[in-house]
Structures are given as C-alpha cells and as structure tokens.
Design a protein around this ligand. Sequence first.
Ligand code: MF3
Ligand code: CO
Length: 256
Amino acid sequence: MIVRRSPAELEKLRRSGLLVYRILQQLREMVNEGITTQDLEDTATKLIAAAGAKPAFKGYYSQAAGTKYPFVLCTSVNEEVVHGMPSGRRKLRSGDIVSIDTGVQLDGYYGDSAVTVAVGSINESLERLLKVTEESLELAIDKVRSGNRLFDICGTVEKHVISHGFSIVREFVGHGIGTSLHEEPQIPNYVDRNNENPRLKPGMVLAIEPMVNAGKPETTVLPDRWTAVARDGSYSAHFEHMVAVTDNGPWVLSRP
Ligand code: MF3
Ligand code: CO
C-alpha cells in the first residue's frame, strides 16, 4: 500500500526535505581538492544535531549488508555508485566526482536527497554524465502528477539516460518516503514489467534517485558490505529528490 499524506504531514516532510537541502548546499560548497570525505561527514553530523534532527542513515540496518550503516552520509567517489563510506583517508582530488547522499528524521518524518559534485575541474564526458543524470531526474519530477503512473517516472529516466549512451543501475532503486526512510513503492530507474504500475494520487511522496554509470550497468558490493561500485570501474553519478504528488503538480520537498 502506498501511503497518502495529509497536508499537515506534507508540511513535516517539507521541513525534513529543506533541512537535507540546506545540509547538501553547505557540503557542496566545502567540496574541494584536499578535503576528505570524513570532513564532509563531520560537518553533516554537526548540522543535523544543530537542527535538532536525527540522522536517517546512521544505524540503518540493511538485510543485504547484515550490518548497521555507521555514518550520516554516503559519499560515493568516482566508480562508487552508492553507499560509499566516509573516510579520513579518502582525499578528494581535482577530476574526481563525489556523490553526497544524506537523510534526516525530524519530528518523525524523513528527508532524503543526494547530489553529485565535481571536484576541481572534470573532463567533458564526466560533465555530460552529471548533466544527463540530473536532467533525467528533472524530467522524471515533471511526471509526478496525479493520474500519471509509476512507469511514467521510471520510463522517463530510462529513456533519457539510454538515449545519451549511459547505463542505468538496476540493483538499487528509489522509494516512497514518509514516517520510514523506505516505503512503498519501489521506484526503479527503468520500466520493470514484473512490477506493479500504480496510479499516482495526491499525498504520495516519492524519493526518485537515478543512479547512472558511464560504462556498463553492472555493480558489485565491496568487502565492506556497503560500497557499491561499477563492476567495470566506470564512473557513476547519482541525484535524488523527494517529490510529493499534489493537485497542483509536483512539489519538490527537498529544495526551496
Ligand atoms: N538514499 C539512499 C537510499 O534511499 C541511502 C540509504 S543509505 C542507508 O537508500 F544507510 F540508509 F542504507
Ligand atoms: Co533514497
């Protein structure tokens, strides 16, 4: 069942979404040659506490990993797709890309958003990877309308990415979000005919998160049990927003 949130609940999700936005803005300004992904983690930890919120990822138990995730951020560098773990040994260098993903819980309601940021100057094909991935998210957001169906979102991401010669990660998906971080429905970034195709209704809140590889789509998980990397070592981008279905079209909760 896909939960439909009342206007008062949407306001709470809005607050969580805007907090995540504010954190990501500050972190992206910090990104520069020489900083470590642990520096980003430390700043995020402080910002979440200062806002009176709780981190959504830290302590999150994953069946697949069999452990609790130990950080407030996922920082996925270059060929890391998602769930990269912050480290004081991981210094960012010019030419890198880093995906920063974070979630919070505020007053019982979750926020979740991600961006991929260039470190220093990156090459043109990487610029294109980031641009196409972000565009695929924006095009999908425009489909978050009452009366549309889930496949309209999935298919829009898929079509845009494939037509630009990149590939869609299939092992990780977007999700509904509300009083849990992960709620129904699952939102693959491709049309999965084996899945249901529910109609979108006002009050539904969707976290849409295209994960796009420059090379082949396959991923593998490192021995740390969390970090997913592109199997062929190609670079990977990830953007995420939480979007509510309203009578007036899409409402992106995770940006002003
Ligand atoms: N944005 C990701 C997701 O929705 C990040 C989850 S990290 C975890 O799945 F630690 F919470 F699993
Ligand atoms: Co998410």
